[in-house]
Design a protein around this ligand. Structure first.
Ligand SMILES: C[S@@+](CC[C@H](N)C(=O)[O-])C[C@H]1O[C@@H](n2cnc3c(N)ncnc32)[C@H](O)[C@@H]1O
Length: 272
């Protein structure tokens, strides 16, 4: 399954990104692991163009130079990078080699590095560091802080750290469904979010994958972090970042199975 082709198809169909916050990643309890290609396809289908536009606009508004370098932490299968690379020289980091293998096929022109966003040291500074849909994998305040500190350490002075996240106050338990198809493969993804502790929730995904006459079902559960708004602000402050916050409240409402809205915030920190 070519991620590139999937993304182009998505663009043609005018498909918007699904709620990819909770897809892929580590720490999952999976009873039946889907193959990388299938998950890659699912991620592509859930890939965002609307969210990317927010990111692009926010970064372009803040950074005045014309050649931009971008570090993408938790880059996954490279769906976002397919868009980012049109505007930035991108380096992607992910903890999963399987994801990076797919990303490299989709974006041979992007540099991919295997590593953990909490600790990777690339010995390079970037105009922008982005974490568009993987910060929730930081399920403790310590991990969150370590990641944002490490991200800031990769920023040039005047550079921008952009993180898309839920805040605890705005989060509610929801069910979502996303669908998409390409080359006779049809994927339906159901997602259920359930709060399990004061600072974590579980996202359970069920993938229904039809390949012509063949159907397979896979599921996985991820434990993800939930932190109060003030805690986010205070970590950005601790990182010496001047923070601005944008609400993207209705991005995923179309995918909700019930009435309501799904709120997300974009934290944009500038290193002064
Ligand atoms: C939702 S996926 C990203 C999908 C990606 N935006 C795309 O377009 O394909 C989240 C990614 O975060 C990665 N991840 C989770 N924990 C990580 C960590 N500690 N360091 C680096 N990457 C991590 C997972 O391996 C997964 O690929």
């Amino acid at each position: 399954m070519g991620g590139l082709e999937a993304t182009e198809q998505d663009e043609k169909l005018g498909r918007e990104e699904g709620h990819s916050q909770d897809l892929g990643g580590t720490g999952q309890k999976s009873s039946h692991n889907a193959g990388d290609q299938e998950l890659g396809a699912a991620l592509d289908i859930a890939s965002s163009s609307k969210q990317l536009n927010y990111a692009k606009r926010a970064i372009k508004n803040i950074i005045s130079v014309t050649t931009h370098t971008m570090l993408h932490l938790g880059c996954g299968a490279g769906g976002h990078d397919y868009h980012f690379k049109k505007h930035f020289k991108v380096t992607g980091v992910d903890v999963s080699q399987g994801m990076l293998d797919i990303a490299k096929k989709t974006n041979p022109d992007v540099t991919y590095v295997l590593g953990d966003m909490r600790s990777i040291n690339l010995s390079e500074k970037f105009d922008a560091v982005v974490i568009p849909d993987s910060i929730a994998y930081m399920s403790t305040v310590g991990d969150l802080k370590q990641t944002l500190m490490n991200a800031t350490g990769h920023l040039k002075t005047g550079g921008v750290l952009l993180v898309v996240a839920h805040t605890k106050e705005e989060f509610s338990e929801h069910n979502f469904v996303y669908t998409g198809s390409e080359d006779n493969i049809h994927i339906t993804l159901f997602e259920n979010n359930h709060i399990i502790s004061d600072s974590t929730y579980e996202a359970t995904m069920i993938y229904l994958i039809r390949k012509e006459a063949e159907t397979s079902i896979h599921h996985e559960t991820h434990t993800l972090g939930l932190f109060p708004y003030e805690q986010w602000l205070s970590i950005f402050k601790e990182c010496q970042l001047q923070v601005e916050v944008i609400n993207t409240d209705h991005l995923y409402d179309d995918y909700l199975l019930e009435e309501g809205e799904f709120k997300l915030k974009v934290f944009i920190g500038t290193l002064l």
